[in-house]
Design a protein around this ligand. Structure first.
Ligand code: NAD
Length: 253
């Protein structure tokens, strides 16, 4: 019988056998594909989301530090925490635009919302899970940043700023975590076919010559980043290309 190569589980090797894994934003898109892949790799996976898609999933607002502390307390020691939940700027006019959206169009509320989920959600998450992970003997933290964490994206300036901030958090924390047995790294996908990128935008993106990949390809990138265990690294995920990003010329991460 031929195997379906597009299946999120087709290349699973049991790499996470016996591990306890938490995925935020795992009810949809990239998070869902990663959760499926981690299960296929042998892990027990806890999905936490603001909009759980089943009764097995945990309700969590990643922007709420108290909710994070309660969740970290309630779960068994985690071997992998994938901080993936994220949003684009509420009310933004255009994802792909050659005309810069005026910042005056981004309300205070929208700005706080995007920073709350994309940046606070990662900061509070790391802060809540790290002590128990260290006490347990170590583990891995993977963050879904974005290519917008490495390059400018004029269509959503606040999103880009939030993802650059997350990359900075991963880079700087990575420098110190080896000593504690913990590895933090980031995956930085380009455009992915999820509800975050509406159908009509996908056609436009492709017309501009840019790839739109499937969530299962990001799950494959996640597995490669986890296998490399390179502290502070950021992984470009662009079309079929999956590789660590290095600061041009200086070779820094
Ligand atoms: N789709 C893309 O093109 C793309 C590209 C690069 C990076 N990303 C990043 O990938 C991650 C996942 O996005 P996606 O494309 O799968 O989108 P998605 O909308 O399909 O999934 C995001 C999930 O996060 C959840 N979520 C939103 N706010 C939350 C909160 N406050 N607390 C907990 N959960 C919350 C949503 O309910 C949803 O289930 C995001 O961080 C996004 O920025 C996406």
């Amino acid at each position: 019988m031929s195997q379906d190569d597009s299946s999120p589980t087709s290349s699973a090797t049991g790499a996470l056998a016996g591990q306890h894994v938490l995925v935020t934003g795992g009810a949809s898109g990239i998070g869902r594909a990663c959760a499926e892949r981690y299960r296929a790799e042998g892990a027990t996976v806890y999905v936490a989301d603001l909009h759980p898609s089943s009764s097995d999933e945990i309700l969590l607002d990643v922007a709420d530090p108290d909710a994070w502390n309660a969740l970290a307390e309630s779960l068994p020691p985690l071997d992998l925490v994938h901080l993936n939940a994220g949003i684009t700027t509420p009310g933004r006019q255009s994802l792909m635009s050659d005309v810069t959206v005026p910042l005056s169009d981004v309300t205070d509320e929208a700005y706080r919302a995007i920073m709350g989920v994309n940046l606070d959600g990662v900061f509070f998450g790391v802060r809540a899970v790290l002590p128990k992970m260290v006490e347990h003997g170590g583990g891995q933290i993977l963050v879904t940043a974005s290519m917008a964490g490495l390059a400018g994206m004029p269509g959503d300036v606040a999103y880009t700023a939030s993802k650059h901030a997350v990359v900075g958090l991963v880079r700087s924390l990575g420098a110190t975590l080896d000593a504690h047995g913990v590895c933090i790294s980031a995956i930085c996908p380009g455009f992915v076919a999820t509800p975050l990128v509406p159908e009509n935008a996908r056609g436009f993106i492709r017309e501009m010559g840019m790839p739109v990949i499937e969530p299962s390809q990001v799950a494959e990138a996640a597995m490669q980043a986890l296998a490399a265990r390179s502290n502070g690294s950021q992984w470009m995920v662009w079309g079929d290309t999956i590789r660590p990003y290095e600061m041009p010329e200086l070779g820094l991460r």
